[in-house]
Write a protein that binds this ligand. Structure first.
Ligand code: IYR
Length: 254
């Protein structure tokens, strides 16, 4: 399903015929043909302000940690909605906005998701992942029991729309849907942190189809991320990990 990435395939070669309407043989852009281009309003900051904002943002995101122990305290629905609104501002291939966010507060649905995830994860840990992977993970003390899936006030599930259907019935190609949704996920996680809540970046292996049908999502949508969102438990612990220094991740070419 990565065939919408022109850098990795010969899209240019086969695109001309695949998009043609069989009856009219006319190609229409998915966006309006007479899309207006309007002035961009921008207020420039001083260099001092730029650095102050960049440093402040670093301070905020550097405080983010993956949490595995959550409080049952409720979170206002409006906060979750604003966080998802932020994620939906991500750039996307040809402005296709190829994402669907499902926010779950219903306890029965959370329990059903927990059952699906724990059943698959037990097989993942015992069979699919293998000795190397489970050994590499062991310092993080994870396992297939995912209590947080039922303790958190909200689960946010991110689906990528691999394509969609235009009002005229034609298929709309979602270029770079993988990268577009990945960027939206980054903004989502950052928005959760900025709002003052915590989450756990989870991508449950082999659970996508079962969760998709549980939630009644269509076949063009694939589950990419499952985020429990809430407050940390009072006694929450985190692994004492350090991040790479800037000098280890940055190469400057002047
Ligand atoms: N998906 C499993 C296993 C897991 C894999 C990696 I890589 C992690 O960084 C953490 C967990 C789970 O959620 O337990």
């Amino acid at each position: 399903d990565e065939s919408t990435d022109p850098s990795e395939s010969n899209v240019a070669a086969d695109n001309s015929t695949s998009q043609m309407d069989k009856t009219s043989c006319e190609v229409e852009p998915a966006l309006s043909r007479d899309l207006k281009h309007i002035p961009y309003h921008y207020v420039r900051k001083s260099e001092k302000e730029l650095l102050a904002h960049a440093s402040e943002f670093y301070r905020i995101v550097a405080a983010r940690r993956t949490l595995r122990f959550f409080s049952t305290d409720p979170v206002p629905r409006e906060v979750i909605r604003e966080i998802i609104r932020a994620a939906g501002t991500a750039p996307s291939g040809a402005h296709t906005e190829p994402w669907t966010f499902v926010a779950i507060s219903n306890p029965t649905t959370k329990l059903k998701i927990r059952k699906i995830v724990e059943q698959e994860e037990e097989i993942n840990y015992k069979k699919r992942m293998g000795i190397k992977w489970t050994t590499d993970l062991s310092p993080l003390r994870t396992n297939w029991i995912k209590e947080y899936l039922t303790t958190v006030p909200y689960l946010i599930l991110v689906f990528k729309q691999t394509y969609s259907t235009l009002p005229n019935g034609q298929k709309k190609i979602h270029y770079y849907h993988e990268m577009s949704v990945s960027i939206a996920c980054g903004i989502l996680i950052t928005a959760i942190q900025y709002a003052g809540l915590v989450t756990l970046t989870s991508t449950p292996m082999n659970c996508g189809p079962a969760i998709r049908s549980l939630l009644g999502r269509p076949a063009n949508e694939k589950l990419v991320l499952l985020l429990p969102v809430g407050y940390p438990a009072k006694d929450a612990t985190i692994p004492d990990l350090q991040r790479k220094d800037l000098s280890e991740i940055l190469v400057e070419i002047d």
